[in-house]
Design a binder for this molecule. Sequence first.
Ligand SMILES: C[S@@+](CC[C@H](N)C(=O)[O-])C[C@H]1O[C@@H](n2cnc3c(N)ncnc32)[C@H](O)[C@@H]1O
Length: 315
Amino acid sequence: MEELVADADRMGRIRDFAWKAGPDLPAHVATYPSMLSSIERRMLRWLAAEHYTGRGAICDLGAFLGGSTIALAEGVRAGGHTGKVIHSYDWHRISERSWEQWEPAISRPYPESGKFLSVTRELMGDLADLVEFHSGDFSQMPPPQSEIEILFVDIAKVFATSDHIVRNFLPKLIPGQSVVIQQDYFHVWPPFDVYVMEVLHDHFEPLAFAKTSALFINVRAVDSAAVESALSRNMSIETLRGALEAAAGRWPQEQGAHVERILRSLDGLDRAPQTKRILRRTTKGGLTLAERAEKAKWRAKRRRRKALRGLRSRD
Ligand SMILES: C[S@@+](CC[C@H](N)C(=O)[O-])C[C@H]1O[C@@H](n2cnc3c(N)ncnc32)[C@H](O)[C@@H]1O
């Protein structure tokens, strides 16, 4: 009973956006090179310090130079946990051009090979002791052996990574305890975060948000049937549209409006190259009637445009 009250209290604090009232980020985290906003890093730090119990692992999927990882590590340390409890995944590879953009914050020369994991370790200092780094193609990497308590997703940019998370990471969550943070949820693209969480809406309850990140509590074990339902091979334009429409209604107006922007980008089919890719991919294994109709409509539109251009050029 006491445990249940404690759990309810912890969830209540997430629902209350408790990190906003929490301490500011320490300077070495606040100034660390990161693509995340400061409020997102505060939220990660807070979750690792206040929500994390040590029962499972913390996963940072898509760490880049480690801005999300160091925020989590700082929280883990504040919570008094030790050992390599954070699993941080990335290619750890960068082009010289991108490095130049980040160089003022990194203050290190470009690594000749383009591989920067050693720089990340150096920048993190002793907080790196709390991290197991996984370098290379995430979609080929196994999840940690333990359960997962905090799952931060900043890597679901394409089908392969989204499917890998659904297959191998979601089944490791602890119902009633694990928190999933979907960083791209309120971005206009990609739509995978919204799609997966919506298809699995009876497994995840929305809790809060921070900038473009959406936070969910896992309420039901993700079994093989649930995994199958959320894989991209079962996504069509119709199911994606339905998921986006339903998801828009689950959040306060401002956040719902961001989800609606993704919907609108679907309507501009010929303007979004990623949407074309979705169409191609969802139709790979055989077309459903609805997909065929959508694709035919799209092709007809292009043909009409081309014909019109031809007519104009003759005038
Ligand atoms: C938006 S960035 C992450 C930003 C980071 N969380 C931060 O705090 O700055 C996404 C990261 O995902 C990584 N990524 C994308 N696809 C990947 C893959 N298949 N394998 C490994 N890393 C991948 C990229 O290398 C990139 O660093």
